[in-house]
Design a protein around this ligand. Structure first.
Ligand code: CTP
Ligand code: MG
Length: 235
């Protein structure tokens, strides 16, 4: 069973607020997308990479990854779409049919440990068709509804049963393709787009399993996240 990873890097990084796309922002002098590609390639369980690039950045990203001695697996760079879901779909379209397992990983999680990547791929290979890494939630989470001058709390889910999920998320290619196709057919009628790929699988009624996540795979959204990741890199 071979594995292809779709590395999503086509976002603009509006919340980071730099004048270049988030995937190209440096962490310790190395762009986030290159950190993530090195970790996927170095895990030993990923055989090929498809990267979704922001508008006009295909050549830059192709050069960055193919010139790097640590990215030892074949890399294809495609244009991303207007949403993360559309970017993953573009990556899937370029993935071909020769890999049985597909990972979807965000360049916004540059310091994902190799162990975590291996845990996800191992669980898919062991027979779980959809696998996501998740961590226990430490904050109490409230569900809210709009209110007059302040939001109204409508519920407090049992924290012990909540997980904050990360990437890479792993799937059999067949299931991920089916989930994206169904997601595209629904789009327009769907009020809220899925924020992760597992959500599309859940919408099919197919099981999704959780493996242990890792705090080091944290997502970089703001400048503060970038500063924390820089500290982790120094350790
Ligand atoms: N992504 C993508 N295509 C899009 C939007 C997002 O490939 N149209 C990717 C991003 O590059 C990122 C991942 O999906 O690696 C998660 O998205 P997010 O953290 O929201 O990144 P951005 O969309 O770039 O950031 P922001 O929402 O602040 O603009
Ligand atoms: Mg975004």
């Amino acid at each position: 069973m071979t594995t292809l990873a779709i590395l999503t890097a086509a976002g603009s990084g509006a919340r980071l607020g730099r004048d270049l796309p988030k995937a190209l922002v440096g962490l310790g002098g190395i762009p986030l997308v290159l950190h993530a590609a090195r970790r996927l390639a170095g895990s030993g369980v990923v055989d090929a990479l498809v990267v979704t690039a922001p508008g006009g950045m295909r050549d830059v990203i192709t050069h960055l990854l193919t010139a790097d001695a640590s990215v030892t697996i074949p890399v294809t760079v495609v244009d991303g779409g207007p949403t993360r879901q559309a970017s993953v779909a573009a990556g899937l379209a370029a993935a071909g049919t020769s890999h049985e397992v597909v990972l979807v990983h965000d360049a916004a999680r540059p310091l994902v440990p190799a162990d975590l990547i291996r845990r996800v791929v191992g669980a898919v290979r062991a027979g779980h068709d959809a696998v996501v890494p998740g961590l226990p939630v430490t904050d109490t989470v409230k569900q809210v509804a709009p209110g007059e001058d302040a939001e109204l709390v409508v519920g407090t889910p049992d924290r012990a049963r909540l997980r904050a999920v990360q990437t890479p998320q792993g799937f059999t290619r067949e299931l991920l393709e089916r989930a994206h196709k169904a997601g595209q057919d629904r789009s327009g009628s769907e009020a809220v787009a899925a924020t992760d790929d597992a959500g599309l699988v859940e919408a099919l009624g197919e099981p999704v399993h959780i493996v242990r996540g890792d705090p080091a795979a944290a997502k970089i959204t703001t400048e503060r996240d970038l500063r924390i990741a820089a500290l982790e890199l120094e350790d």
